[in-house]
Design a protein around this ligand. Structure first.
Ligand code: FES
Length: 260
């Protein structure tokens, strides 16, 4: 399905932590409904203004009844997120999407039943829609998230997930250590991972050691978002691929090279 480009209206914009925001917008095109793991590019500034590139952000939640799409994002200091952070309810912005392959959860759920969701920091954002869709397919995933210091947006998982465990680098909340110390990949048929690259690499290696397949959702700076500019190309076991069009979801072995 081709991505749509629409003007969307801000419904709510909430500061979750000093650098974490939840942006909820009305997406007026139900024919282009997103699924878990897909993303939109967001732009709240004019074509002649900077920054040049729209900001790609994964779908945190999609409500088909209210046509509301939510984005959980981090203020990373760039001009784009700074302009997005200024949006108020009622403001309009340009959304293009949904983009990317996302997680093909109906197909995965038909093959794998014991599923773990592993996230790190703002990489936890796409896991909420993932947990919701898995729950709708009759699977309660186990959730393992790691944060630097203070977890956020964890509570809704308790209604959808089996086990919910948290680690923090600081030890302030939950287990003091790495998220990969919270679970054993051998206990699962499939692990879905999103977070900082070193964490994903380590999590994929541990899955490979236990013979458990994993899918990783990659993040990369993007320009066109449709596979045309080669700006987000990565090397995989099957040759060069674009994160925006061929991903952002790949098998762990495809991008990190370990065999299961
Ligand atoms: Fe242009 Fe991915 S952003 S190919």
């Amino acid at each position: 399905m081709r991505a749509a480009c629409c003007e969307a209206q801000v419904l709510r914009h909430t500061a979750i932590q000093p650098d974490i925001r939840l942006l909820e917008v009305l997406w007026p095109d139900p024919a282009h409904a997103p699924h878990a793991g897909q993303f939109f590019t967001l732009r709240s500034w004019g074509a002649g203004e900077g920054p040049f590139l729209s900001r790609p952000i994964s779908v945190h939640k999609w409500e088909s009844e209210t046509l509301t799409v939510s984005f959980l994002y981090q203020l990373v200091g760039g001009e784009g997120t700074r302009k997005l952070a200024a949006l108020q309810p009622g403001d309009r912005l340009q959304l293009t999407g949904p983009m990317g392959n996302g997680f093909d959860l109906p197909a995965l759920a038909a093959q794998y039943r014991r599923i773990a969701l592993v996230g790190g920091g703002i990489g936890t954002a796409p896991m909420y829609q993932t947990a919701r869709e898995l729950a709708a397919l009759g699977i309660r995933p186990d959730v393992f998230f790691g944060f630097r210091d203070q977890p956020y947006c964890m509570e809704p998982y308790r209604a959808l997930a089996g086990v919910v465990k948290v680690s923090t680098d600081s030890g302030r909340v939950g287990f003091h250590g790495f998220v990969t110390q919270l679970y054993d990949p051998a206990d699962y048929d499939l692990v879905l991972i999103c977070g900082p690259t070193p964490m994903m690499r380590n999590a994929a290696r541990l899955c490979a050691e236990k013979g458990t397949p994993c899918l990783v959702s990659l993040e990369k700076k993007m320009a066109c978002g449709i596979g045309a500019c080669l700006g987000c190309t990565i090397e995989t076991a099957a040759g060069a691929k674009s994160v925006c069009k061929d991903g952002p979801v790949f098998w762990g072995t495809e991008v990190f090279g370990w065999q299961t």
